[in-house]
Design a protein around this ligand. Structure first.
Ligand SMILES: [Zn+2]
Length: 293
């Protein structure tokens, strides 16, 4: 994580959650907006940003801020020295920068800015244009997922909406309409499916999976769990300090070693992990059931 001129750059997705937790947000947040930048697009990123700015994420963020000040003047001020319309920018390489202060209303969707957080995804995701990179897609899921958790926002279209479901005047259409929508934003091929209600739902399903996955992390699988003995069925099995590959390795187990299993949990990625009596965790798929004790 780095900061420059009051903007923060997240270099890893895992930095977003802890940062959000630390922010003092007094404004009520109940809505998340979905945008693509349109211009700049992926070609701007490669041919301009990476060449002209010493640090392209900060360079582009500053440039968007300057644009805001030039275009809207003092009216766009967030009260903390920034004029950029949005709260977050998600870049093609999966890095994210902050924009305006979370306590200030964004300039994103007319009629739907109150209580909203505005997120701009760098690129042009209309049919025949940019195809979202894997890194960017992952960062988008993380950001929306962490925002939903932080502000307890339900993952549905009452609370998360794309720009193109509104007219330029701010009327809500509830779907993209080529003749009535303000823009195609976040793109007629957003998420590889576009912004029809069923297409946009695919995006929401990915956010929902992230939010639910994190919740399931700490929950026991079965309250009726009975301890049992199991044998390691592979060589060099990593035994970890917690249920999931993100935890440190405590020791390595050889094939055939028998362990008394005292607990089972779902890991973040949905796998099942079991805890041995000695306190370490292993992935259940590498264990062979022997008998209940
Ligand atoms: Zn937009």
């Amino acid at each position: 994580m780095k900061t420059k001129n009051g903007f923060t750059l997240f270099e890893k997705n895992s930095e977003i959650g802890p940062w959000l937790k630390k922010q003092k947000v007094t404004r009520k947040i109940t809505r998340l907006q979905v945008h693509h930048m349109d211009l700049p697009n992926y070609s701007t990123w490669e041919k301009t940003d990476k060449k002209v700015f010493s640090e392209p994420h900060f360079g582009r963020t500053q440039s968007l801020n300057d644009y805001g000040r030039r275009t809207w003047g003092r009216e766009a001020s967030d009260g903390h020295g920034h004029y950029i319309a949005q709260h977050f920018n998600v870049f093609p390489d999966g890095k994210i920068t902050t924009g305006r202060n979370l306590n200030s209303t964004p300039i994103g969707i007319r009629g739907w800015n109150q209580n909203a957080i505005c997120i701009e995804i760098y690129g042009k995701f209309d049919k025949g244009h940019d195809k979202m990179t894997k890194e960017q897609k992952k960062a988008v899921i993380y950001l929306y997922g962490e925002l939903c958790k932080r502000f307890k926002i339900p993952v549905d279209t009452a609370h998360i909406r794309p720009h193109c479901w509104f007219t330029a005047g701010g009327s809500y259409l509830g779907k993209y309409n080529s003749s009535r929508s303000a823009k195609t934003c976040p793109g007629t091929n957003f998420w590889g499916v576009g912004c029809s209600p069923s297409g946009f739902n695919k995006f929401l399903a990915d956010i929902k999976e992230y939010v639910n996955g994190k919740e399931a992390q700490a929950s026991p699988i079965d309250s009726e769990f009975k301890p049992y003995i199991a044998k390691v069925n592979t060589n060099g099995l990593n035994a970890r300090k917690g249920p999931g590959v993100e935890h440190d390795i405590e020791c390595i187990l050889d094939k055939g070693v028998a362990i008394t299993i005292v607990e089972e949990k779902k890991s973040k990625d949905g796998g099942i992990w079991v805890k041995g009596k000695a306190g370490y965790w292993v992935n259940k798929k590498y264990m062979e059931f022997v008998k209940f004790i």
